[in-house]
Design a protein around this ligand. Sequence first.
Ligand code: KG4
Ligand code: ZN
Length: 352
Amino acid sequence: MIVLGLETSCDETAAAVVDGAGRILSQTVLSQVAEHRPYGGIVPEIAARSHLAHLDRLVAKTMADAGASYCDLAGVAATAGPGLIGGVLVGVMTAKAIAAVHKIPFLAVNHLEGHALTARFTDGVEFPYLLLLVSGGHCQLLVVEGVGSYRRLGTTVDDAAGEAFDKVAKMLGLGYPGGPAIERAAKGGDPARFALPRPMKGRPGCDFSFSGLKTAVRQAAETLPPGALVEKDVSDLAASFQAALVEAVSDRVGRALALFRAEYPQGGAFVVSGGVAANTALRAALSERCANEGLSFAAPPVALCTDNAVMIAWAGLERLKLGLIDPLDFKPRPRWPLDPDAAPARGAGVKA
Ligand code: KG4
Ligand code: ZN
């Protein structure tokens, strides 16, 4: 059973073919980073046009690399939201066309479900598990009980964790994308030089907040002599920021783990996924916390934490196995929460 997956919801154009045994037959990821870099962030219109320009060729190459023909496919999956709608439309229309021409099932995949199910593909993690989904657009703790079955324990009341990395990197002149740049700059930096807050630490609940931390970094930078920050300052600020964010996230995870364990005392696992899960310091802190609590820890390899089409093909395959096929008039969704019943986040900085 093989499935083709397409990912076009952000700034990666990606296609992949995976099989039911959890193998990647082929995958291609084309990053648009160079196209967006001059603007210091993603420009949705440029992203959509670039997906349109490259996706057909990418799909053909990925199919050829897999040695597969379209009639071998059990289904074709595409990210159908949430994300930048112009790009999402490109992937969805392409997948629908392939499905219509070759008379195979179309699978409309929630991008977040792609991230959420990746650890089942890479590590064979079984339900239920506690998931920390940390990316450029999201920071959520969810109990995952099955395909399509998510219960949110907490979310950010302002910025996503990746957004905080990206904004702080921009502030420090480290460029875009910010996460990897901060991680590099933080190496060799002094994480104790700047006393930054650990937002929400010790508070009830499992929600996150990062905008105050971002402001604190700016204020700390302003205490330094005017003019360009020297390399050592940037490195120490990056290290202090990363340490504060990791400690804050780890505290929230600790609270969620307690809730999860009370509900599932005899098992389960903890999974971290999404672009920010590529961060080595965060992975280490979370893995240590799980080890202390005797809970198994899984984090997909870095290349499958950041956006990719393997996760979309795999989520499509999981849905296909359950007969969760979508009609060809499925409407892409710019907003698409994994837990539609979750109460809206509350806080001073909540975005509409
Ligand atoms: O999942 P992803 O590729 O795209 C979204 O769905 O948002 O996540 C991208 C985010 C960006 O904010 C990027 O700065 C962050 O993940 N990121 C990292 C690292 N690599 C990527 N953040 C911290 N450390 C990293 N090594
Ligand atoms: Zn993502």
